[in-house]
Structure formats: C-alpha cells, structure tokens
Design a protein around this ligand. Sequence first.
Ligand SMILES: NC(=O)C1=CN([C@@H]2O[C@H](COP(=O)(O)OP(=O)(O)OC[C@H]3O[C@@H](n4cnc5c(N)ncnc54)[C@H](OP(=O)(O)O)[C@@H]3O)[C@@H](O)[C@H]2O)C=CC1
Ligand SMILES: CC(C)=CCC[C@@H](C)[C@H]1CC[C@H]2C3=C(CC[C@]12C)[C@@]1(C)CCC(=O)C[C@@H]1CC3
Length: 345
Amino acid sequence: MATRIRPSSKRCAVIGGSGFLGRHLVEKLLDKGYTVSVFDIRQSYELPGVTFHQGDLCDKQSLLTALHGVSLVFHCASPAPASDDKALFQRVNIQGTQAVLQACTEVGVQKVVLTSSASVVFEGTDIKDGREDLPYAKKPIDYYTQTKIEQEKLVLKACDKEKGLLTVAIRPHGIFGPRDPQLVPILVDTARRGKMKFIIGDGSNLVDFTFVDNVVHGHILAAESLRPESPICGKAYHITNDEPVRFWDFMSDILVGLGYAAPRYHLPYTLVYGLSLLLWLLSLLLSPLVAFKPTFTPMRVALAGTHHFYSCSRAKQDMGYKPVVSLKDGIRRTVESYPHLRHGA
Ligand SMILES: NC(=O)C1=CN([C@@H]2O[C@H](COP(=O)(O)OP(=O)(O)OC[C@H]3O[C@@H](n4cnc5c(N)ncnc54)[C@H](OP(=O)(O)O)[C@@H]3O)[C@@H](O)[C@H]2O)C=CC1
Ligand SMILES: CC(C)=CCC[C@@H](C)[C@H]1CC[C@H]2C3=C(CC[C@]12C)[C@@]1(C)CCC(=O)C[C@@H]1CC3
C-alpha cells in the first residue's frame, strides 16, 4: 500500500499523455495552470512543467509512483484501433484499466476522467442523433470497440461517492487535428496509392468529426464539473463538434486542401462491405504465412458508408459544453498543420 500525500486539486496526471489527444490535453492543462504528470509507454516530447513517467499502465507499481499526490487522472491511453490485436486490447484496455482504478484508489485520487468512444454503441448500422442511453453494441464491430465497452463499464462502475472516487466517461467521435497520427496520414497514404477515387454508397451519410480542441475542452469541463453533488458522476457524455457532416465531404475537404483529388466514383456499400469482410478473413487465414493489412477494413467501410452522429445535448445541459472551434476552422487548421503531407511534398 502506497503512503498517501495530500493531493492538490490542480495536480493531475494524463495517462496516454504522449499520444495525439493526450498531448493536446496536457498543453491546455498547462495553459490553465495545472501541474501535469504524464504516464505513457513512450515519451514523445518534452515540455517545461511536465513530469514524464514512462511505463506500461498494466503495471500497477509504476502507476503508484506516477500518481503520488495527484487528485485528478485523465485516462486516454489505448492501443491504436488499426493494430486489431485482441490480446493487446484485452490486456491494456481491460486489465490495464483495472490496474489504473486500483492505483487511483490506493493513492487517494479523487477524480478519473476516461476517454471512451462513441463507437461503444456502434454496430455498423445507422445511428442518427444518438444519445447516451443507446445500449452498448451487442455485436461490437472489432476488438477495439469490444474492449472500449468493457473499459467504460469498469470506470463508470468504480464511481463511489462514499469512497471518495468520482468517475466520468467522455465519448468523442472521429477526433482530428494537428499531429493526428491516424485519420489524415491514413487518408493521404490511401490517396497516394490511388485508392481514394471511390465513394462508398451514395455519399449522403452524415458523421461526426470532432476537432481535438473541442475534445480537450469536454474533458476539462468534465473534470472541473465532477463533484459529489454533480449529475455527471458515473455517467458517459458524447463530445462532438455538434455539426454532423457528410463523411465524403469531410474527406474531400481534407484531400482537396492538401492538393489531392476528391473521390468521385460511387460503389455500392454492400459490395464493398462484403469484399472488406472477405479480405479481412483472408488476411487472418494467411497471417502465419504473410502479413498484409487491408486498407478498407470492415470497420472503416462501415464508418465510411453509414450515418453515425451523436447528440451532445447531455453535455450541454450538465456541464455547459459548447464546441470552441467550428468544423470549418478545424479543417483549415488541420490542413495547414500537415505541409509535409501535401501533394508533391
Ligand atoms: N482518435 C480518435 O478518433 C478517437 C480516439 N478515442 C480514444 O481517445 C484516446 C486517445 O486516442 P489517440 O490520442 O487517438 O491515440 P494515441 O495512440 O495517439 O494515444 C494513445 C497513447 O497511449 C499510449 N499507450 C498505449 N498502450 C499503453 C500502455 N500499455 N501503457 C501506457 N501507455 C500506452 C500510446 O503509446 P503507443 O503509441 O506507443 O501505443 C499513445 O502514446 C484513446 O483512448 C482512444 O480510444 C476515442 C474516440 C475517437
Ligand atoms: C475509408 C478510408 C480508408 C478512410 C480513411 C480515414 C479513416 C482512417 C478514418 C475515417 C473515420 C475514422 C475513425 C477512427 C479511425 C480513423 C478513421 C477510420 C476511429 C475508429 C478511431 C477510434 C474510435 O474510437 C472511433 C473512430 C471513428 C472514426
């Protein structure tokens, strides 16, 4: 059992603070006068005022050292969805989150803000203006989503006013912005390989893409609203840009902004989804012999060809949430931040 020291309310830790969202969160917390410890499996930068603790969050002992004296923990670490590694997702998102919660209890952390995902309710079919009371996906679309569901349940169940641990889950969707290692780089790579010519379906499906600053704003609002009498304790909150956009318009804006052609030709959704399933099965069967990762995974095709946008009215009502950056400005700032990914660069 670790010795407790009196935690300061402006002393926080960001687990996963070296990642895309985590680093933006750390920068905003510093601006707001917090003292920040980062716990991550890797250290990707250095910043005055930030103490780094490198370690695996499944190792409770390393966590205990990093969380000493901290009153507020943001947990935004996860393996990347593209890894599709069942054992890794189970170990980090489920066992690791249990270790985080145990460590928080042992050192006397008072608040935990989890980065969950709006995908926890997504089964590959349309969701329009989905609210937080939608049931968790019964057939999650991949191992990432399956373990994000278990993770969210664990964190919300751990909320215990008597024991002095308050928890809340933020469910963002399609985070984008400067330094994102996923959305823009994968999109550009697909375009450079000549595979971004097609629109999956009729192109009218609406989706949420959320600028990273809005996701950060939602996390900090949640942390600052989390008090024993607050309605947010033990609940999940969608945080979006509140501007659903056609999936293919968003992709085209980014592509055209970076100098690539927008996709033009339509392919039927069911055909592409069926092909992506076949390819995925083939990649599994052949994995002992050759390692190949299809670009158009069933998850990506489902995300690209269905409506899935979420209401953030619960966050507006309970914590006064309002996006701080519009979609248009978010796209502009994102495009400007990737000069090295421009066509011809
Ligand atoms: N990006 C998106 O569109 C969305 C993301 N989310 C959630 O937001 C959170 C942050 O995502 P994002 O910033 O995009 O992801 P990143 O991969 O950029 O950041 C996650 C960080 O966690 C680290 N990490 C992974 N495993 C461990 C471990 N065992 N111990 C300690 N650190 C670890 C990663 O290191 P390494 O890179 O070496 O693995 C990385 O630095 C995640 O929980 C994700 O599920 C939710 C909705 C949408
Ligand atoms: C069809 C195609 C190849 C598009 C390229 C862009 C995609 C890589 C992104 C479009 C929607 C994104 C998204 C996520 C990852 C990147 C995309 C598939 C998440 C799966 C990341 C983790 C989550 O929790 C949900 C996200 C939904 C949207």
